[in-house]
Write a protein that binds this ligand. Structure first.
Ligand SMILES: Cc1ncc(COP(=O)(O)O)c(C=O)c1O
Length: 381
């Protein structure tokens, strides 16, 4: 067997991010076999005798998922299971791990539907949910907890948790650790390699990055944990569509390029915002002086495209959003188009009324900065 080029100790050393995403999950074949991975297999499978081979029924397995999950697993450093959405991936971990009476220590700053799921369904099932800051993860709580749930950087506050330190302490005290890695993507941060047991992402966002599909995945270090998550998917039917999966595989190849442009735009935008007198707190974890800067640069592999900032109040924020010409007001993020929204419009996040989450896309920096400048002028003149 030829050596696995994704291993860091492969001959020639570790591959760069651009190479990794172009080749992740690629089939290796001879002349006449496809160059690109994942033709769409939307078919059912012939099965005339006892089950044999990997493909029998489309809710359990199909070749399009196999290729996509191989790509994700190579990038994550574990075994990946693809889901119909990010929240399906979130639920699969929460509900396959936790039983009535178990304690879940969940970051109070994580995605609001994740918190709503914990507060509602999990509590109704008799699971004890504690919403915490990282500093609340005391030895006593970790002794009691079955699962610690982190989201880093968090959406929308962009707080970064020290995953390696929390994972080490949690494991010493018997708790598992799950990290929602949506905002970073696997090129920005590899939770499994930092010690987490589960890495979860909404692939609706930057990982696929074209604002044209809804998907999610879970990656696990322990194959038994992956098997439990996979069984959960089959039993609940939270399966991804093959066409979306194929689109995702196609989009993955440009992840390195997209993230590089998004991060360059975000860094320039953060500088502009910090210097503007109408803008209050600006959060960008890779900006020196940000509260998460030291842990972000130590732990993360690269910067991301999300910036958050606070304008005076709801009216000022709405005036700013209404004046934008290129940037689109939308509630998703991580795509090619720059998007922004006033998060407090939903009521689910602990943020000021004028808080804006801004997702830098792949437009030219000069155009983006000019648009934001004119919108700030229009909002505050
Ligand atoms: C951090 C995070 N996790 C999970 C989700 C849920 O993902 P999806 O919308 O793909 O179900 C989102 C969606 O915004 C998110 O931001």
């Amino acid at each position: 067997m030829s050596p696995d080029p994704f291993r860091d100790d492969a001959p020639g050393g570790a591959l760069g991010d651009g190479t990794r995403v172009v080749h992740a999950g690629s089939p290796v074949g001879g002349d006449g076999t496809p160059l690109v991975a994942s033709p769409v297999f939307a078919s059912t499978y012939r099965l005339s005798g006892p089950p044999s081979g990997p493909y029998q029924y489309g809710r359990q397995t199909n070749p399009t998922w196999t290729t996509w999950e191989a790509a994700l697993g190579q990038l994550e450093g574990g075994e990946a299971v693809a889901f119909a959405s990010g929240i399906a991936a979130v639920s699969a971990v929460l509900l396959s791990v936790l039983k009535p009476g178990d304690v879940l220590a969940m970051s109070g700053h994580c995605y609001y539907t994740t918190r709503a799921l914990a507060r509602g369904l999990l509590t109704d099932l008799g699971i004890v949910v504690r919403f915490v800051d990282d500093s609340d993860l005391t030895d006593d709580l970790l002794d009691a907890a079955t699962l610690v749930w982190l989201e880093s950087p968090s959406n929308p506050q962009l707080d970064v948790s020290d995953i390696a330190a929390i994972a080490a302490r949690s494991h010493e005290r018997g708790a598992l650790v799950a990290v929602d890695n949506t905002t970073a993507t696997v090129l920005g941060q590899q939770p499994l390699l930092l010690g987490a047991d589960y890495s979860i992402a909404s692939d609706t966002k930057a990982l696929t990055g074209h604002s044209d599909l809804v998907l999610g995945h879970v990656a696990c270090r322990d194959p038994d944990a992956a098997a439990a998550v996979r069984a959960w998917r089959g039993n609940t039917g939270a399966v991804p569509g093959v066409f979306e999966t194929w689109l995702a595989q196609r989009s993955l190849m440009t992840l390195d390029l997209r993230l590089a442009r998004q991060a360059a735009n975000a860094s320039a935008l953060a500088d502009l915002l910090v210097a503007h007198q109408a803008v209050g707190v600006v959060r960008y974890p890779w900006m020196p002086g940000d509260p998460s800067y030291s842990v972000a640069v130590r732990q993360m592999r690269r910067a991301g495209g999300l910036v958050s900032f606070v304008l005076a109040d709801a009216e000022a924020a709405e005036r700013f959003l209404a004046a934008l010409r290129i940037v689109v007001v939308a509630t998703s993020f991580g795509g090619m188009h720059s998007t922004a929204e006033r998060r407090a419009r939903w009521g689910g996040d602990d943020v000021p009324a004028g808080f804006i989450r801004f997702s830098c896309g792949c437009e030219d920096a000069a155009d983006l900065l000019a648009d934001v400048s004119q919108a700030l002028d229009a909002a505050f003149s």
